[in-house]
Design a protein around this ligand. Structure first.
Ligand SMILES: N[C@@H](CCC(=O)N[C@@H](CS)C(=O)NCC(=O)O)C(=O)O
Length: 216
């Protein structure tokens, strides 16, 4: 049962996983509060004992919603979808739903964890090349998958969790200088999606914790 209290998103403006949740809230028209967790400042506020109580994985996002605390952006998105009205984020058709989950998993399990901050900090001097390699490798797999599944959006013509995962991952790819031109389907989908209001208002460039020099 959805409570009247606004959900609270503990996140970071530039975290792709936090951005996924912001997009889901925006697509559903759900008001929420944001509590910034700066992943860089003070050695990383996600590593504090206090934050660890919210998410033992010491990562953002963590979401307080309906009396529970959830981490893992895909679990949050699916919970929102199952408990709130508004456009479906996972299609009713089982085949399309499986395709949405497949694409979301390629990104959320097969790409993002390999370029996550904690991992690349461990890599050290080679971190740019490392992240570039794994995003590029992931996109080489994602491009033919999307070629098969995409219509206007990642799976057919309805926006879904797959689109929610794609846009923040393309943003990360650009940060790590991956040439998105090599991936025409990914590029086309991203160009379409970034023009949609729910993706625009949740962009890292305009969040409460976006530093002045990165604001657009
Ligand atoms: N599977 C998790 C991954 C969460 C995650 O990797 N979060 C990143 C930011 S996108 C993070 O908090 N990194 C902090 C760190 O690596 O120390 C999810 O989907 O929520």
């Amino acid at each position: 049962m959805a409570s009247q209290t606004k959900p609270v998103l503990h996140g970071y403006f530039r975290s792709s996983c936090s951005w996924r949740v912001r997009i889901a809230f925006a697509l559903k028209g759900i008001e929420y509060d944001q509590v910034p967790v700066n992943l860089i400042k003070d050695g990383g506020q996600q590593l504090t004992e206090q934050y660890q109580k919210l998410n033992p994985m010491q990562q953002v996002p963590a979401v307080e919603i309906d009396g529970i605390t959830l981490s893992q952006s895909l679990a949050v998105i699916q919970y929102i979808d199952e408990t709130r009205p508004g456009p479906r984020l996972l299609p009713a058709d089982p085949k399309k739903r499986a395709q949405v989950r497949m694409i979301s998993d390629v990104i959320a399990s097969g790409i993002q964890p390999l370029q996550n901050l904690y991992v690349i900090q461990k890599i050290g001097a080679e971190k740019m090349q490392w992240a570039h390699h794994f995003i590029d490798r992931g996109f080489q797999a994602l491009e033919p998958i999307l070629k098969q599944t995409a219509g206007k959006y990642c799976v057919g013509d309805e926006i879904s969790m797959a689109d929610i995962c794609l846009v923040p991952q393309v943003y990360n790819a650009q940060r790590f200088k991956v040439d998105v031109e090599q991936y025409p389907t990914i590029k086309r989908l991203n160009q379409t999606l970034v023009e949609i209001e729910a993706f625009k208002v949740t962009n890292p460039s305009c969040q409460p914790d976006t530093p002045a020099d990165l604001r657009a």
